[in-house]
Write a protein that binds this ligand. Structure first.
Ligand SMILES: Nc1ncnc2c1ncn2[C@@H]1O[C@H](COP(=O)(O)OP(=O)(O)O)[C@@H](O)[C@H]1O
Ligand SMILES: [Mg+2]
Length: 208
């Protein structure tokens, strides 16, 4: 089985799905969003399909599709379901698999399990997606500590936003993580502009 790469973020809305779509597209990987919370306005799997150009069969079905756009533990409660970690085991995949978490590393899935605990069970390396904007040093270093304290391997950090060399280098140095690259804010954001920006800033060998 080819190992999976897990993508988490310092926060919700930092650009995890956009980055993951670029990565999965470049690796010709499978994409999996195990828990989707919020269905109105389109799912992360749908956005990934659009932005990655991956064939539909490369986008694996979510284990949970929850109605409300909030923390999965609460979204599950509101839908009257309990998230069972046994249903969140990594699917065996004949191709590279890129997995997107929800929100950030310490988002709860149920009363006892956080996403980071699940990553530790998976024993898969994690990429952290972080903004370059003000506040990122604190959010990034907190995320790095939370992952390391669980013995999780951090593949590196991918930034999103306008270049902030000092912040990006400070996170890499103090957090002892590899800076993988940076996606600028793209306008327009589409499959072509994203693939081009990813190729210009990231090296695929970092993910193999
Ligand atoms: N590199 C980018 N360029 C332009 N817009 C972006 C970029 N990354 C994210 N966005 C915008 O921010 C929104 C949130 O990004 P998304 O990847 O869905 O975040 P997350 O998965 O972390 O919640 C997207 O709908 C998109 O419009
Ligand atoms: Mg997302």
């Amino acid at each position: 089985m080819i190992p999976a790469i897990v993508v988490t973020g310092t926060d919700t809305d930092v650009g995890k799905t956009v980055f993951t779509a670029a990565l999965a597209g470049a690796l010709h990987a499978h994409y999996w969003k195990p828990v989707q919370a919020g269905l109105v306005g389109g799912s992360d799997s749908q956005l990934t399909a659009k932005l990655s150009g991956l064939r539909p069969d490369r986008i694996l079905a979510e284990a949970y599709r929850l109605t409300t756009p909030c923390s999965p533990h609460r979204a599950a409660q509101l839908d009257g379901v309990a998230i069972d970690p046994e249903l969140l085991m990594l699917p065996a995949s004949p191709r590279p698999l890129v997995v997107e978490g929800a929100g950030g590393a310490l988002v709860p899935l149920n009363d006892t399990l956080l996403f980071a605990d699940l990553f530790a069970r998976w024993k898969a390396p994690v990429v952290i997606v972080a903004r370059t904007a003000l506040g990122t040093i604190n959010h990034s270093l907190l995320t790095i500590e939370a992952l390391r304290s669980r013995g999780i391997t951090i593949l590196g950090i991918a930034f999103v936003g306008e270049a902030q060399d000092n912040s990006e280098q400070t996170v890499a140095r103090l957090g002892k993580v590899h800076r993988l690259g940076r996606l600028p804010l793209l306008d327009p954001l589409n499959r072509d502009t994203l693939a081009h920006a990813f190729a210009a800033s990231f090296s695929l060998t970092d993910f193999k």
